[in-house]
Design a protein around this ligand. Sequence first.
Ligand code: KIV
Length: 301
Amino acid sequence: MSAMVPMDPPHAVTTTALRAMKSAQRPIVMITAYDTPSARLVEEAGVDVILVGDSLGMTVLGFDSTLPVTVDDMVRHTAAVTRATKRALVVADMPFMSFQVSEEDALRAAGRLVVEGGAAAIKLEGGAHVAPTVHRLVQAGIPVMAHVGLTPQSVHQLGGYKVQAKEADAAATLIDDCLALEEAGAFAIVLECIPAELATLVSQQLAVPAIGIGAGEGCDGQVQVLHDLIGLGGEFLPHHAKRYADTGALVREAVTAYADDVRGHAFPTEEQTTHMDAGTLEAVRSARARLRRVGGSGTEA
Ligand code: KIV
């Protein structure tokens, strides 16, 4: 009997499909995208989940943290992504201060990401203290992905972008956080920058998928920032990322060639040019000449 090769389902990925993938030990592939062309490309590559991460504050808006990203930014970019997506599950990040003040704020912001942005789910950062908010959103029919470990929205409190939960106490708290978030109804949990051994333990304890970034291979899936993988993130490459392509070099090369062509009168050529027929051109010329003769008085001089 030949071995069964698992096939990509042709239909849209759902939160329940992700849970089935965990049970089948089939790794979940998740990546960020922030606009229509990048969403189209990652969808064509067959990823399971597209995250419209608030990392867009750094990758495409030029801020040095995710903190300035607004709900309006997230709605705009999420809509751009969902317009290009048919199969992958699109998850939109809840930006800083969109859910920390009140559950009502959280509901309003998440509702906008789903209704205006077209997201199928939202993601929010935090441990057990955000579990009541997760519960409220799930009750309202909005699937929630949780995010623990290195939570970039707390960068000032954490004192930088560092590996978290390396000590026994912090590791125990992280496990409790994950269990509380699962209990509150989160359909998956992102584990960012924690020791691999802890991430494996958490993944084994959870019924819902644990998706790692800088958390080793023992998670149920992996998430990465697209710009890191394709060389659009500048010189810096996080320890947990791998550069699969140098798109930055390709784009620089292409634009340099374009600039050289323009300066050397080699672009545009006949191929990129549209002409007007001689009769029309003559009519335009005579009309211009007539206008020049008429001058300011409106009568022919
Ligand atoms: O905003 C983001 O891209 C994220 C991933 C790093 C998980 O939250």
